[in-house]
Design a protein around this ligand. Structure first.
Ligand SMILES: [Fe+2]
Ligand SMILES: [Fe+2]
Length: 383
């Protein structure tokens, strides 16, 4: 292409360049000083001279979490046709149409069942009002948790170093947004009152949002997402709740994120063991115990002993926490014993003819696929 080059005032250009250089040096020096003094400084942990976030590229984490999330990104319109979501693109829509045209009569009927009014009718057929309310109570715990997961992952995005880690967290933010809105529609379809956050859960979620830096990984990706993963794993085989399998896949990736991230940048001995951090973590875990007591009735309505569920959950969460380096004030085995003791003490006080149980040896995840996914997350933590 041919351009008519225009004349410029070279002196003015040179003054512009010098001025910009002064301003650049001044603002960066000021921010450096404020940063050194602990008074703020540059907010973005971004190195524009290297065109990279601080921490480097970290392509491994990007591939394992960001790319994989993109690959596995599921569309609510496809998996929850009864919902109001319209997130399929043209090709996906055509594919789905073709697929539905190739379905036999029975399969088409099955597909129809999933749609809006039909879906509500299915829920009414499958569950009594009491069971519906129990499911709403359990699922809404996670529903509120998703709102916090959205906020917390958005903050952790600021705290993790490297481009790969930020890409991974970006996908988590997107997935949590989807979880919140899709799960809300699922819960609303039950047409039952949706409870507020319990006080115990409030303590866990607020405590997590307020925790500093990578400690948020403990509160959210280990503890809260561990609870979510277990609930999705326990319920995804229930009629009408098949979509929870998709949530389960995402949450397993979120639970694996601290392991993958901290592999390259392990916590220091002090970060793992200092008494302030271990006690703060313990404070986040503690409300989960009375929460289990409170949820006993709802789980019981669904035929699940909350302590079988809780034992399975506590084992997985503690294994993951200790392996990543988020230590609690007691050694791992003593911690497990302590929680098992509390569960048994409660049962001893409230159940007739209770005999001492090893609740932490239980397995509450129902589906084969879900168990395999969890195996990968929790075994990987030990590798
Ligand atoms: Fe989530
Ligand atoms: Fe999550």
């Amino acid at each position: 292409m041919k351009f008519e080059k225009r004349e410029v005032n070279e002196t003015a250009q040179s003054v512009n360049d010098t001025l910009e250089n002064y301003v650049n040096t001044a603002v960066r020096s000021f921010d450096n000083l404020m940063g050194t003094l602990g008074l703020g400084g540059r907010a973005a942990d971004y190195d524009d001279t290297a065109y990279e976030f601080l921490g480097g590229a970290n392509d491994e984490l990007r591939k394992k979490h960001y790319d994989k999330s993109l690959r596995l990104l599921w569309k609510a319109e496809k998996h929850a046709e009864w919902s109001s979501f319209k997130d399929l693109n043209k090709e996906e829509e055509t594919l789905l149409k073709l697929a539905s045209e190739s379905l036999n009569k029975l399969e088409k009927k099955e597909l129809e069942r999933m749609k809006s009014a039909e879906f509500k009718a299915l829920l009414n057929r499958e569950y009594t009002p009491e069971q519906k309310q129990a499911l709403v109570n359990i699922l809404s715990m996670i529903g509120h948790g998703e709102a916090y997961a959205w906020l917390v992952s958005n903050e952790v995005l600021r705290d993790v170093k490297s481009t790969g880690a930020k890409a991974a967290l970006t996908m988590q933010v997107m997935e949590e947004a989807k979880h919140f809105v899709v799960l809300r529609e699922l819960i609303q379809a039950f047409d039952m009152p949706i409870p507020r956050l319990t006080g115990y859960e409030y303590l866990i979620l607020e405590g997590t949002l307020k925790s500093k830096g990578l400690e948020k990984f403990f509160g959210m990706n280990v503890l809260v997402e561990g609870i979510a993963l277990s609930i999705f794993g326990a319920l995804s085989k229930f009629p009408g709740l098949e979509i929870l399998e998709m949530f389960h896949l995402d949450e397993s990736r979120h639970c694996a994120l601290p392991t993958n991230y901290l592999k390259d940048r392990p916590l220091t001995w002090w970060e793992k063991n200092n008494p302030v951090s271990t006690i703060k973590r313990f404070q986040l875990v503690l409300p989960a115990i009375p929460l289990a007591f409170k949820m006993e009735k709802d789980f019981a309505v669904l035929g699940i002993d909350v302590f079988d569920f809780g034992g399975s959950l506590v084992r997985k969460v503690l294994n993951l926490a200790y392996r990543v380096g988020f230590h609690l004030p007691m050694p791992q085995e003593a911690m497990k014993e302590f929680i098992n003791f509390l569960f048994n003490a409660y049962c001893m006080a409230t159940r007739k003819e209770h005999t001492y149980q090893k609740y932490l040896d239980r397995e509450a995840t129902m589906g084969e696929k879900e168990r395999a996914v969890e195996q990968e997350v929790f075994m990987m933590a030990s590798a």
